[in-house]
Design a protein around this ligand. Structure first.
Ligand SMILES: [Fe+2]
Length: 273
């Protein structure tokens, strides 16, 4: 058992690495994953980095250049890039409308309300805010983690889907998937397994580290790979608000149909191809 399986040992290990409480908050996804499933990393990607390498990542924190991470205060709700019913084969129109117009709008409004009194933070991009949570004043940190994460995750999510999506990636993203997972089918199985086993509300991700190596991760609530120093390439929202009207408790069916609407062109752009 890793020391990271035990929260007390984990704190001790962080202390030895010179990572204090504020810095530990800079990678909430790792701790959230541990809470959700102690086998998260090994369960979703045998080649994934170990928890101890997360701590090394934090110890030498540097901002990560991530897709769609440039927006600054006041944040505005990005429009859907298609009609509410455009993804109907996988996600019904009412779910899309409620998800975008109420949930995403709600995260955006709450993020702005939380940051409004903090003028010094208004010039920081959403990527800088959630990429370095430990640098934020304590009184606003949780609001940025939850509502900033909600704003950013959903801003990423809509363009990752398309009515003309599906199939498989090509070019350098396809090459990287084959290199790091063995094949597209093995990657798809790992990603689907991660999405199916998020406990409660959260996301599954394909993310790239600073060496451009790919990983499948899952995060609780609205945490994002950016907080771990990784660049999000593809994500699936597995909060019940994302699928329950059409699928009720059949999350695996939603995940299976999601593959028919994945916008691989956008994912390749996120990868930097
Ligand atoms: Fe959502």
């Amino acid at each position: 058992m890793s020391v990271f399986d035990n929260p007390h040992s984990r704190r001790d290990a962080l202390r030895m690495l010179g990572v204090g409480a504020a810095s530990a908050l800079a990678f909430p996804m790792a701790s959230a994953c541990q809470k959700a499933d102690d086998n998260t990393q090994s369960a979703v990607n045998d080649k994934a980095e170990t928890p101890s390498s997360f701590s090394r990542e934090v110890a030498r924190f540097q901002p990560v250049k991530a897709p769609m991470a440039e927006a600054t205060f006041p944040f505005s709700l990005p429009p859907l890039p298609y009609a509410f019913d455009a993804l109907d084969a996988a996600i019904d129109a009412m779910t899309m409308e409620i998800h975008h117009d109420r949930h995403h709008a709600g995260y955006t409004k709450k993020l702005n309300a939380a940051l409004e009194p903090h003028a010094k933070l208004h010039s920081r991009s959403i990527g800088e805010l959630i990429g370095n949570l430990g640098a934020l004043p304590e009184e606003v940190r949780l609001a940025v983690r939850n509502n900033g994460g909600g704003f950013y995750n959903h801003s990423l999510f809509w363009p990752m889907m398309s009515p003309s999506g599906g199939g498989q990636p090509s070019g350098s993203l396809a090459d990287a998937i084959n290199r790091d997972f063995g094949s597209f089918d093995e990657f798809r199985a790992s990603f689907s397994q991660a999405a199916a086993t998020v406990f409660g509300s959260g996301w599954a991700w394909l993310a790239a580290d600073k060496a451009n190596k790919l990983h499948v991760l899952k995060s609780a609530n609205q945490d994002n790979p950016l907080t771990n120093g990784q660049r999000p390439i593809l994500g699936i929202d597995v909060w019940e608000h994302a699928y329950y009207l059409k699928y009720q408790n059949k999350r695996k069916e939603y995940i299976n149909n999601f593959w028919d609407i994945v916008n691989w062109d956008q994912c390749s752009e996120n990868f930097g191809a």
